[in-house]
Design a binder for this molecule. Structure first.
Ligand SMILES: O=P(O)(O)OC[C@H]1O[C@H](O[C@H]2O[C@H](CO)[C@@H](O)[C@H](O)[C@H]2O)[C@H](O)[C@@H](O)[C@@H]1O
Length: 261
């Protein structure tokens, strides 16, 4: 499918701004959703377009992901000059003076150990379920579970005991994450907007946590939801192949003498 005329017009107007900030989620947007997160890679077309975009003048590009920073650097292999916000807005790279890598405090470690003790037997009881240990939290992954068993497990772990009640809970695609951090992709977007001194921001995302970023977009921003589901975004595209088309169109529109397909 080609991009809708309304989205093409919005992208044309957006790229005419002098300075722009293009931000995108990783899983389900730059990469297809697959069973093993360690095997995820950016679609090649999106990698090429993202790299080209990041090298254009007055064009800032960033990846905003729920993955830990070390993980996205290894799996996502972000091109040079691309800003990275990881752990749902907790960790930052290339945003100097805002560079920030999370290191747990003694109290965080105590809570995370207690969380692991709570989640481990529950996950072990459900075939296919596994725990993704992150620096600031733990995600219960159920993509490989029988559908009802996965839904049931997430409902059970959602009811945290009293001693873990301070944790932030984030939903996602076949995943529920518990974190000592309450940062969101929305707080990250606002931080980057101030850092880069622009309200001309485009954000693409596919999941529940991306809604925080859509909500934080200024009126001069553009939100693009990838795939189905309720959203605050003003535009929608079908899948990761259309993400590549959006990125390629912005490169063409932003490059003098480049033919626009
Ligand atoms: O914010 P994102 O970049 O979209 O990251 C969200 C989570 O993505 C990963 O999990 C999801 O993708 C996996 C690989 O395709 C899939 O197996 C899993 O079921 C999905 O939930 C990642 O593992 C998480 O840490 C991220 O928070």
């Amino acid at each position: 499918m080609s991009l809708s005329p309304a989205l093409r017009a919005a992208l044309r107007a957006f790229t005419e701004n002098e300075r722009i900030l293009v931000l995108t989620d990783f899983d389900g947007v730059l990469s297809d959703l697959i069973d093993n997160p360690h095997d995820s890679r950016m679609r090649e077309g999106s990698r090429v377009a993202l790299t080209a975009l990041s090298q254009l003048p007055l064009t800032e590009v960033g990846i905003v992901t729920g993955r830990p920073l070390a993980d996205i650097l290894e799996v996502g292999m972000p091109p040079q000059d691309v800003l990275v916000v990881a752990s749902h807005g907790l960790e930052f790279l290339q945003t100097s003076p805002g560079d920030d890598i999370y290191r747990p405090t003694a109290r965080d470690t105590e809570i995370l150990d207690a969380l692991k003790a709570f989640l481990t037997p529950l996950a072990e009881a459900v075939p296919g379920a596994w725990l993704e240990i992150k620096p600031a939290g733990i995600a219960v992954q159920t993509r490989l579970c029988e559908s009802q068993a996965g839904i049931q497990l997430l409902a059970i772990v959602h009811e945290l005991p009293e001693h873990l009640a301070s944790l932030t809970i984030r939903g996602g695609k076949d995943v529920l994450e518990f974190s000592v951090s309450s940062a969101t992709k929305g707080t990250a977007l606002t931080f980057l907007a101030e850092l880069k001194q622009t309200g001309n921001i485009l954000f693409m995302g596919d999941d529940v946590t991306d809604e925080d970023a859509f909500a934080a977009l200024p009126p001069t921003g553009i939100g693009i939801k990838v795939g189905p589901g309720e959203t605050l975004a003003t535009h929608r595209i079908a899948d990761t192949t259309e993400v590549t088309k959006v990125l390629e169109l912005m490169v063409a529109l932003r490059t003098p003498d480049e033919p626009v397909a």
